[in-house]
Write a protein of this length. Sequence first.
Length: 343
Amino acid sequence: MKALVKTQKGKGYLELKEVAVPEIGDNEVLIKVQSAGICGTDIHIYNDEFPYWPPVILGHEFSGTIAATGKDVADWKVGDRVVGEPHTMACGKCYLCRTGNPQICASKRSPGWGIDGAFAAYMRWPETRLLHRVPESLQLEEAVLCEPLANVVSDVALNNIITVGDVVVVAGTGPIGIMAAVVARQAGARHVILIGRNEFKMAIARNLSAINQVLSISSNDVVVSVMELTDGRGADVFIDASGSAQALAVGAHLIRKLGTFTAIGFSDNDTIDFPYRQLMMKGVKFFFNISTKFESWDRSLALLEGGYIPYDKIVTGKRKIDDWQGVFKNPRSRESLKDVFVF
Ligand SMILES: [Zn+2]
Ligand SMILES: [Zn+2]
């Protein structure tokens, strides 16, 4: 089978290679990948900006069907439709694992950067307890959004940062920003403003009923809108899904005193300017987020099944894996919101 492999450390070193279909152990399953989403993280691995253990097949966002089961696997059978939490190889013994946080265990090696992932027709899945069954009425190809959506659900909904009636501003018009705006609405926001700078992506967001306004980050309309809506107080919640210093500055300006500021975007840079004094003087609560928890997966599948997440608007590129260079080269300048490899 063809597999997209990061062959060694360094910038680039991504190759479409012919590899064997993986063997599975007694407690493992083989998954026939149906769809695999290309994520900002994959671009960061391509550019050597995110941890990975080469040689490794990339791809951590997937939906698929079980194609074979090891002899000791009792709960799953061939044909079951699945998605999976990428918390493989968490140790189960450290402080984080034992406090219910295997998603940030130092031993964790996710499919797609720590062990072989989903950018191939088949993948070995070592820990069946991390699988989730895709509901019958949900298309398998739509379930590919479950992993990024589970991040959003963890970061925007399950940590209770939004109270019913809030005015929420989201920065970043990538798939995470757009899904964060949709989930913020579901979580009780009365008014959701999305800010960005990419016209193609902003146009997609303007077609979504969950989002009240889509505005350019550099326009003064953002400030005017927020202040009008809040009697001059400022936004209750600011969600940054861009990792950009400009967005943090705008957020610090817009957020109300004692508001909530949450960062869910990976930054292109190791350090960025941070509006420390302004956020401090407003007494803002600031949260960072990483990865997902069990509960966010079930809720994400339910949101997808219920039709709350506009898959057709978010996935703008369906590609064969042979066409991988079209996604990985010049990702910033392409007119696409989310690309998915279909097998
Ligand atoms: Zn991802
Ligand atoms: Zn651990």
